[in-house]
Design a binder for this molecule. Sequence first.
Ligand code: NAD
Length: 437
Amino acid sequence: MQITIIGTGYVGLVTGTCFAETGNNVVCVDINEEKVKQLRAGKSPIYEPGLDTLLERNIKEQRIRFTTSITEGVEHGQIIFLALPTPPGKDGSADLQFVLDVASQLSTIITDYKVIVNKSTVPVGTAEKVANVLALNLDRSLFDVVSNPEFLREGVAVEDFLKPDRVVIGTNSERARKLMDELYQPFVRQGNPIFYMDERSSEMTKYAGNAYLAMRISFMNEMANLCEKVGANVDMVRVGIGSDSRIGKRFLFPGVGYGGSCFPKDVKALAQTATEYDYDFQIVRTVMKVNDRQKTILGKKICEYYGSDLSGKTFALWGLAFKPETDDIREAPALELIDELLKAGATVSAFDPEAMDNVRRIYGEKVHFAESMYAALEGASGLVIVTEWSEFRNPDFDRISDALVHPAIFDGRNVYSLEKMEELGFYYESMGRKTVH
Ligand code: NAD
């Protein structure tokens, strides 16, 4: 099939590459010339496991190409995906400017029937809005607008896209449904479902999913905070409840708050939709409040231990990305912690396997970026773990205690066992468990 993707970011690039991988002919459009240049040279501008190999193969087989020309893209594709940013506007609602601008451009280029697919996360009613913009210049028989939210997780995006738990397609058009079905069949061969529904339900499904997951995280974070106070171990509680099949084991890990490009903005946007419809969505508002507080907890623990004036002290930070296996730092809890540490006068020596360039762009010289996880520890008064990259799980603890001025670890992800920390003699604070000293 002839497929066009407009917006070649995390979602667009993975979508385009995976469609090419199943034999389709894909054109990816982006306004960022630098990105397009890099992609044409076969280099992925983002870090996503497995993506490089697929990209290389499909470029070689000429099943995917990249352009800055929207006209070229539109002429090519029968199905046109919009994988454009939908950042939070001033009031927290999703800003549809990128999506509606492109829809307006499409309306002047399209000459034969196209399916326009909203892949971006967009509020209820957006499919209608896009259709109305298109209809300003086009006969309605020349297009259908479909909602097809994306559920991939950064870090396992390729795997998620190739083998999705489910595909959600919102459309009332039989013609569009047939085309979408043909396109997605190769991805559901193992028997996972494609759910067809109306556009509004499909748009809401994406927000409901993300808000529910964010709520689970906030719930466990509050549970962890309470466990610390009552002397319970949240990891025991986690496995205790997770084995109940109604609850399930996944997504129950306490930490330093959710971040990333999706949860924070989607939860905000859902709250804003509720406000627009005069509904007080109390749980969602609380989830946001709890998360804001949770992001400050590591900083608080550090200041309680060392005092609020941290001048003259260096802290080693392991992990900057909002989660492992990605270089994405959007709304990452590490950034908030860096701000707090710098404000308290500390020096920050950071290490992350993938995200350091992105953080350097924000902080420049204000943060020291170490060459290795061990180099970050040199002369530090404590180690702070913010992201649970695999390589932090079994480190050489002798090297850690030799390098640190003071053997203290503040672990925002419960990476180490309390027994191990006790045995090694570290001062160790984690989330929802007793302090080891
Ligand atoms: P992104 O910022 O990584 O990518 C967006 C791309 O669109 C950029 O490359 C940008 O240059 C390009 N762009 C902007 N304006 C353009 C225009 N007029 N024409 C062509 N290209 C243009 O964003 P993303 O993370 O891929 O997210 C895209 C959408 O998908 C958002 O709505 C997001 O909420 C949703 N989503 C993201 C994820 C995720 O994990 N990142 C998962 C599911 C859904």
